[in-house]
Design a protein around this ligand. Structure first.
Ligand code: FES
Length: 117
């Protein structure tokens, strides 16, 4: 299994915001996202469970209008930030794929596994 990682400075991610990133493994680009909520960090593969596309369609719009949930911009699948569960939309009950995060003093290191799907 091949792995990649992505480093994000904690201070670059404000409370209540999300950031997308890319990791290249064996020439293929994989998309991820990190969310900061109530001083906790959550990372997921940036791929909707309905269709294999990024939630934000690559424009960094990850949330619903209220800012309470992650939401796919294509058909509105709505996901819990804390566990990635889809609670509304075409793929209710499925979950975003969680990525492991190492939290260090000033930065986050998100681990990405090529074959973790
Ligand atoms: S592709 Fe995400 S809800 Fe349809």
């Amino acid at each position: 299994m091949k792995q990649g990682s992505h480093v994000i400075l904690k201070k670059s991610l404000e409370e209540g915001k999300a950031k997308g990133f890319q990791v290249k493994i064996r020439g293929k680009i994989h998309y991820g996202l990190v969310v900061r909520k109530q001083e906790k960090f959550y990372a997921y593969r940036n791929e909707c469970r309905h269709l294999s596309i990024t939630l934000d369609l690559n424009d960094e719009q990850f949330f619903n209008a209220e800012g309470t949930h992650l939401q796919c911009q294509m058909h509105g699948a709505t996901y819990e930030i804390e566990n990635g569960e889809c609670i509304a939309g075409p793929c209710v009950g499925s979950r975003l794929e969680r990525l492991e995060i190492q939290i260090e003093e000033n930065r986050l290191v998100v681990q990405f596994k090529e074959e973790s799907k």
